[in-house]
Design a binder for this molecule. Structure first.
Ligand SMILES: O=C(O)C(=O)C[C@H](O)C(=O)O
Length: 331
């Protein structure tokens, strides 16, 4: 008995040591190489397909991943706003990231949304996402107590998360969902942190985006346009890529826009950008993830229904959505 007891204790200690060693190793790696995590490129914030019983449909997810593998994305954002992460359990969030990491090639980045309301929960979730294979974590601004989420609170939050995260952190400002823009002064302070590599800005205020890029260029801080509607404008002021809901539906076209911008073919880029604005607005600000999933269905992907309380589109909304795509030649 004594022998078994001792064996048990040794294996628990050994397990803990291994986990701590893994975390230390990951941290050392990410901290010393942080500026080398190059996040340039286009990412779809992938949708989470659900079955009729509302559980995650992993088979459908795999089939979408297979199709995305044929598009020159730099990687995937898993558990962005359009992953419906607020409606998933903590276990589901981690499991979906794990599944994606296993299914997609190693050279594609997996950026996992790990934002929770408290700093402590976000630290724990970031560690779990790293263990599940995420290359970086995307941390949305906590917003339930938004009146108290001033620069002081947000700098404190992100510093604590970035200090602890085994993988680099990307700040995520999405005022359309959170009602909160991460203040520029907070971004500038956080851009100095060794483990914070960039910002995904979904607000679309191009003056703000340009200012942030201008003030952080020397740090090697990387800014991603958080929506396809202002991708050209963001590239023109120095953004390095985009996380675009529309890329779930029109992935090739969003990547083509990236290539035109990078090649300085601005007239062609502008023509393409014009044609992406209305469909983009439809699947984001106007109708949101419900419409994104519907448009995915029309384009041969698995979108399906959202988890309640999100409701399907009405007949009139469906017609409008269809028009927003077909009027630009996408349906
Ligand atoms: O789902 C996300 O995460 C996004 O970044 C989507 C983004 O808000 C958009 O407008 O495309």
């Amino acid at each position: 008995k004594l022998q078994y007891g001792m064996l048990g204790a040794v294996s628990v200690i050994f397990g803990r040591c291994r986990r701590s060693a893994w975390l230390v190793c990951k941290r050392t790696q990410s901290h010393s190489f942080r500026r080398k995590l190059d996040i340039r490129g286009i990412y779809p914030p992938i949708a989470t397909p659900f079955a009729q019983n509302e559980l995650v449909d992993y088979q459908k997810l795999d089939e979408n991943l297979e199709k995305y593998s044929k598009i020159p994305f730099r990687g995937l954002v898993v558990q962005g706003s359009n992953g419906e992460y607020p409606y998933l359990t903590a276990e589901e969030r981690v499991e979906v990231v794990h599944r994606v990491r296993q299914r997609i090639p190693k050279d594609k980045l997996v950026i996992a949304g790990s934002g929770c309301e408290s700093s402590m929960a976000t630290v724990l979730m970031s560690e779990k996402m790293a263990q599940a294979g995420a290359d970086a974590v995307l941390v949305v601004t906590p917003c339930f107590y938004r009146n108290r989420m001033d620069s002081r609170a947000l700098i404190h939050h992100y510093t604590r998360v970035a200090d602890a995260s085994p993988v680099p952190v990307i700040l995520y400002s999405v005022p359309g969902n959170t009602g909160l823009d991460l203040p520029v002064e907070a971004v500038l302070t956080l851009s100095q942190h060794d483990n914070i590599v960039g910002l995904k800005d979904s607000g679309g205020d191009i003056t703000r985006i340009a200012l942030i890029i201008h003030k952080t260029r020397k740090e090697g801080f990387q800014v991603l346009a958080g929506s396809a509607g202002f991708l050209l404008a963001a590239y023109s002021v120095g953004a390095v890529g985009g996380v675009c809901a529309l890329a779930n539906v029109l992935g090739h076209q969003v990547c083509q826009l990236e290539q035109l911008c990078l090649a300085g073919r601005w007239e062609e880029a502008r023509e393409l950008q014009y044609r992406l604005i209305e469909p983009n607005t439809a699947v984001t600000r106007k109708f949101g993830v419900v419409a994104l999933k519907q448009a995915m269905e029309w384009s041969g992907y698995h979108g399906g229904v959202c988890r309640p309380p999100l409701q399907p589109l009405s007949e009139a909304e469906l017609r409008q959505l269809q028009h927003d795509f077909s009027s630009q030649g996408w349906l």
